[in-house]
Design a protein around this ligand. Structure first.
Ligand code: SF4
Ligand code: SF4
Length: 243
């Protein structure tokens, strides 16, 4: 995001909308105006979409790769060229029930980095990806972040992406239920080495007692279960092709 310093009247309204703290004020030729710290800005577009600027001073330039990564991972209206899926996860990750991918005995596991309101730099994301790759997990191919992993065996990510920061990114995989404990342990271990926030998402079909096998395992391994987890009643299931 950029701010036209000629237009800006320094009212400060846009600053309240930036969770990255990227908007600051400076003085040019005696005039106080807002500016954007481009290192911290994730090109989410929230400040502009809020439409609070009285003089229309905010504008989003079109960025080339690799800077373009910021917008595609942070602006919900942007489309990922690799997957054609807007947002951060795969389609089923978001709706929970369109492909039939989450079958009994398997758990969709994701590490959602940078939310709420903190952001994640690529080297931090890479640390988690590498810790998971060391366990031999298979990363979800239709996930936008997977397209940035250049070596799926080691989890090494694209070197040109390493200076980028995103509002959030989802590392996503499908794993057998019995592998869940070691993955959860690995995530806990790497948590001490990363400098941002994250949450772990577990998607599984309810068992015959209506309980979530993934949630039960997470609680067993010391993870606090969020009360705002989603329950999908399976209304889309008849449309899904079971795999
Ligand atoms: S685009 Fe997003 S991160 Fe950048 S200045 Fe605006 S609100 Fe902040
Ligand atoms: S809302 Fe517009 S005029 Fe006010 S500080 Fe932000 S860019 Fe400047």
């Amino acid at each position: 995001m950029k701010i036209d310093s000629q237009k800006c009247v320094g009212c400060g309204r846009c600053q309240h909308y930036c969770t990255m703290g990227a908007i600051y004020f400076r003085q040019t030729m005696g005039k106080v105006h807002a500016a954007v710290n481009e290192e911290e800005c994730v090109d989410c577009g929230v400040c502009e979409r809020a439409k609070v600027c009285p003089v229309d001073a905010l504008y989003q330039p079109i960025h080339d790769w690799p800077r373009s990564i910021r917008g595609t991972f942070s602006n919900p209206l942007a489309e990922h060229k690799e997957t054609k899926v807007p947002g951060r996860g795969t389609e089923e990750m978001k709706t929970n029930d369109v492909t039939g991918r989450y079958r009994p005995g398997f758990v969709g596991l994701a590490v959602e980095m940078g939310r709420p309101g903190t952001g994640a730099k690529m080297p931090e994301i890479e640390k988690v990806v590498m810790a998971l790759a060391a366990l031999g997990v298979e990363f979800e191919t239709k996930n936008p972040l997977t397209s940035l992993i250049v070596d799926r065996k080691t989890g090494k990510m694209h070197p040109e992406a390493m200076n980028e920061k995103v509002l959030s990114a989802i590392i996503e995989m499908l794993i057998p239920l019995d592998q869940v404990p070691r993955v959860l342990q690995a995530v806990k271990k790497v948590a001490a080495e990363i400098n941002t926030v994250f949450s772990v998402d577990l998607t599984s079909r309810a068992d015959e007692n209506g309980l979530s096998p993934g949630a039960l395992l997470a609680a067993e391994h010391g993870y606090k279960i969020s009360i705002n987890g989603k329950t999908n009643l399976g209304l889309g299931r008849p449309l899904a092709r079971e795999v």
